[in-house]
Ligand binder design. Structure first.
Ligand SMILES: Cc1cc2nc3c(=O)[nH]c(=O)nc-3n(C[C@H](O)[C@H](O)[C@H](O)COP(=O)(O)OP(=O)(O)OC[C@H]3O[C@@H](n4cnc5c(N)ncnc54)[C@H](O)[C@@H]3O)c2cc1C
Length: 293
């Protein structure tokens, strides 16, 4: 079956029957990602409860239907062909409360909300708690993994487990959660004193191209120098491929100038890597997650 033609989704849709939440068919992924890029997903389900998310994953697993959890879609590039399966959106899982010294937040709680509850170092990062934990989101002021008391995850066995910080295996913009593809349900996080969020936001506005769709930094910073500096010095600011462009303001951002396709972004990534390796002998690793199906 071909993605996006509606045939796959209509044949499969019955398997989510009875689960509370919103189900949509043939949804353009460009409408669910900050890059505004990506073809249609067969199904997008936003479970109303954690139990519904767990059940949707179990059913997809048992039927062998490709599935993936999506938060704000601010760190992903989906293919132009779309996603032939089920996207589970955490948009409705937004419960957030204090529990003693901890903030307990469901996977879909925006990081913007968390930034106002004692996590100001996350101000301006346009993701969710789930996506933030998986990518160990952060800034020079801190990273979310360092504030973890526990994270509730859905194991491949179908059981819910509580992992501590060590179990989550956080490292620079990475985690064991990501490497294992484990669904994050909620987390207990310890607030910490941080910078003034208004100042952080003002600095971001001054240095990042926030007026264009993007997925934030494309490459991880290598040991040698910040990726943006290397790309700038390689003369690539403003370089274009189709509708994708290396931001003239921040060279580690690729922006969608209107009609960019995933293949434009990937071609630009290849060009950047080739030029940077030729000039500096440094291979840039992706921070952006390129989804393959
Ligand atoms: C303008 C801009 C600025 C940015 N600045 C920063 C920054 O300063 N620092 C930084 O670290 N990042 C930054 N980012 C990148 C991005 O916002 C973060 O990586 C963010 O944490 C991703 O969260 P998300 O909810 O959008 O995740 P998504 O993009 O939706 O998903 C990312 C990955 O996590 C998985 N995932 C999402 N939710 C769950 C869940 N509940 N359970 C299991 N897996 C899940 C997805 O399958 C995917 O593999 C920026 C992005 C943009 C667009």
């Amino acid at each position: 079956m071909e993605a996006g033609k509606g045939n796959g989704s209509r044949a499969l849709v019955g398997f989510l029957k009875g689960l509370p939440g919103a189900l949509r068919l043939d949804v353009p992924l460009c409408s669910l990602t900050t890059f505004r890029i990506g073809g249609p997903a067969w199904m997008v389900f936003a479970p109303a409860t954690q139990a519904a998310l767990i059940e949707a994953v179990k059913r997809a697993r048992s039927l062998g239907i490709p599935w993936r959890i999506l938060g704000k879609g601010s760190n992903v590039l989906f293919p132009d062909q779309g996603f032939p399966g089920l996207i589970i959106s955490t948009a409705c899982l937004r419960e957030c409360r204090s529990d003693g010294e901890l903030v307990v937040a469901e996977a879909g709680v925006p990081l913007a909300k968390l930034s106002r509850l004692g996590f100001s170092f996350l101000a301006g990062i346009p993701g969710t708690v789930g996506g933030g934990l998986v990518t160990n989101a952060g800034t020079k002021f801190g990273q979310i993994g360092d504030q973890v008391e526990w994270v509730e995850v859905l194991l491949p066995s179908g059981e819910v487990a509580r992992w501590d910080m060590e179990g989550c295996g956080f490292s620079y913009r990475d985690s064991r959660l990501r490497r294992l593809g484990i669904p994050v349900l909620r987390a207990g996080l310890r607030p910490k004193a941080g910078p003034d969020p208004a100042e952080v936001l003002a600095k971001r506005r001054a240095s990042q191209p926030l007026d264009w769709p993007s997925a934030g930094c494309v490459f991880r910073n290598p040991r040698e120098a910040p990726a943006g500096w290397l790309i700038d010095r390689a003369g690539l600011k403003g370089a274009r491929q189709g509708g994708a462009m290396v931001s003239p303001r921040h060279a580690n951002f690729i922006v969608n100038t209107g009609q960019a396709r995933a293949c434009d972004v990937l071609a630009l990534v290849d060009r950047i890597r080739a030029r940077v390796v030729k000039i500096f002998n440094v291979w840039l690793e992706l921070e952006l997650e390129v989804v393959t199906v």
